[in-house]
Design a protein around this ligand. Sequence first.
Ligand SMILES: *Cc1c(COP(=O)(O)O)cnc(C)c1O
Length: 386
Amino acid sequence: MIPYGRQDITEADIEAVVAVLRSDFLTQGPMSPRFEQAVANHVGARHALAVNSATSALHIACLALGLGQGDWLWTTPITFVASANCGLYCGAQIDFVDIDAVTYNLCPKALQAKLEVAEREGRLPKVVVAVHLCGQACDMAAIHALGQRYGFKIIEDASHAIGGKYQGEFIGNGRYSDITVFSFHPVKIITTAEGGMALTNDDTLASRMALLRSHGITRDQELMTHEPDGAWYYQQVDLGFNYRMTELQAALGVSQMERLDQFVARRHELARRYNGLLSNLPVLTPWQHPDSYSGLHLYVIRLKLDQIQATHREVFESLREQGIGVNLHYIPVHTQPYYRRMGFKAGDFPQAEQYYAEAISLPMFQTMTDVQQDEVVAAVREAVGA
Ligand SMILES: *Cc1c(COP(=O)(O)O)cnc(C)c1O
């Protein structure tokens, strides 16, 4: 089976992890700060906090922004459930904004229309989570302008997008948002096995997230209510979690970061090749906005079902039977049973649902060979009966 995504691990990566195993610190040592520095420097952010997953990063990002009971978090239905769940963890309510039919990202026009209604009804969101689907940045300038107008905070869920650019600058530099989150799950662009990171240019948000990452405990005297009792002393000043990243993971991250640009460049080569090879088949290849240099975590095609004698499901199953590990990113979050129980239903977000009825993620990972890619394209041709 050719998987839809997979990690790229070299001997240097392995040696970096083994070196940590032989060192004094398996956690809370020098590697996590080094990894944070490497990512922050690369993307141009002031602060970076390594954590044990992007889900954890989203959670502490929401808390740092003050999201809580009585608040609303809005995001796109076409995302992994974590982009919405993070709001529920904080006791907030969730709503969704439909996607743009061409980029598949949260649609700024739909956002504006929904904000106008929400303003009249007095239920404006406190936080909007903009997800850079497949690695292509959302229209951040437009979303940011709406944030200024309606007073919401912005989290970029850039789990798909490390190494990508928006308007010529690296995603994660925070020009149009308060906090950006990356994921380092093995299917993503670089990996630390499990892992994530929250980046911000705001000193206060960074120090809040640092507290929340580690039990709400501080050794910083300035954050304490009184002078330390002694050299052993720390204070718990907030209710935090244990969301720390281990040194093994951080070392892998540092090592992977050295190849990030190469990884993204290879993904672009593969995408260009797919675009050419698929051009005469009844499928829609991913449209790229001129402002975007995508991280290309995913390569999603949409089936032109009116030109195909098979259903979406039959095409998908044919691909799997032919040994192609295709996937579908994503099942619209509002149609998940847990979200339906909150009152969401099929039909609420028609563009997202239309996308779901046609989308298939083809294999896309940097170690994929041209031969494997030819195999995928041949299987697509067979599956669509072209
Ligand atoms: C993978 C992913 C997450 C969660 O990342 P973890 O590191 O697995 O917690 C969140 N949002 C999106 C869009 C993702 O793709």
